[in-house]
Ligand binder design. Structure first.
Ligand code: SIN
Length: 308
């Protein structure tokens, strides 16, 4: 079974990879991803300065999902720029995830990280967890300005990681914006922010930052992720490569993302809960699912969702 995939001309040995944020902050974690069955190494979203992130507890898993408010803990872009050549030697594509605490941070980081030549750059417009800083992806004008600025300094394939949109009008608005910005691929979706999980026993919230508010992940967000993958797949008539992220806990979940139009899938909650061994399991489950349904490769089923 061929589980490899190609995004913006870059070949990935497997369509599964980590979502930025899941076990990818430190050098050790990134090397472990490189040595695992993951099809790529995706860095934590980086900021100008190193960050400790938000106070703990800041991740909570529950049956059906997770909530997090990590607050972009990362080593700072200079450390990731230094690490990239070593990570590339592990023999799979490296995706550098670029964030920022203000609009002007993004081009600074993008330019420096581009010089380190990761295989692709993913620009994160959708972190829901920085107190007082709304998700850029919900501001179409700011998103367009920012994407155009970073595009000027990025020479490798450039993608954007978007927040979930809940209305076709917003899929169209953002699709049109993206179409004007020279974007090479999309990553859909970031965690669904902001949710609130309550523990009725203790009568408390379950994470500390922002009064318990945070980004939701896992099974509960899969329909939202699938809707976004499908909507943008249709908007771009199948010509924009999409990484589907959200609710992939098993091989069938991944198959659903592929049917909706994803070329690859990223794993967040399941990776945090299970560790890098999750990639072996997911590969086996997806291969069995595709074989049972008569598909020989990931590309054969991409976008093939039938409507009634
Ligand atoms: C975080 O670090 O808070 C999560 C990052 C993200 O959702 O983009």
């Amino acid at each position: 079974m061929d589980l490899s995939t190609t995004i913006a001309g870059i070949r990935f040995p497997s369509c599964f990879m980590n979502a930025s944020g899941a076990l990818c902050v430190t050098k050790e974690e990134l090397i472990a991803l490189g040595r695992s069955r993951a099809g790529a190494i995706v860095t934590k979203s980086m900021t100008v300065e190193a960050r400790q992130g938000n106070p703990a507890p800041r991740y909570y898993g529950f049956p059906g999902g997770s909530i997090n408010s990590m607050g972009l803990p990362n080593l700072g872009y200079k450390a990731y720029a230094e690490l990239i050549p070593e990570l590339k030697r592990l023999g799979k594509p490296v995706i550098a995830s670029v964030a920022g605490l203000c609009e002007d941070d993004f081009p600074v980081i993008a330019q420096a990280i581009n010089e380190a030549q990761p295989d692709l750059i993913e620009v994160n417009l959708s972190c829901p967890n920085i107190p007082g800083k709304p998700q850029i992806g919900y501001d179409a004008e700011a998103s367009e300005r920012l994407m155009k600025r970073v595009r000027k300094v990025i020479t490798v394939p450039m993608g954007v990681k978007l927040p979930p949109y809940f209305d076709p009008a917003h899929h169209k608005l953002m699709g049109d914006v993206i179409g004007r910005c020279g974007v090479d691929f999309l990553n859909l979706i970031n965690s669904v922010g902001n949710g609130l999980v309550v523990d009725p026993e203790t009568e408390t919230v379950v994470i500390k930052p922002k009064g318990g508010f945070g980004g939701l992940g896992g099974t509960i967000i899969k329909p939202v992720a699938l809707a976004n993958v499908r909507a943008f797949w249709k908007h771009f008539e199948g010509r924009m490569p999409i990484i589907g992220t959200g609710g992939v806990m098993n091989g069938v979940d991944a198959f659903e993302h592929l049917l909706c139009g994803a070329s690859a899938v990223q794993i967040g909650t399941a990776l945090v809960e299970e560790g890098v061994g999750v990639f072996d399991r997911l590969e086996q489950e997806l291969a069995a699912c595709l074989e049972k349904r008569g598909y020989r490769s990931v590309s054969e089923c991409r976008g093939k969702l039938r409507e009634l």
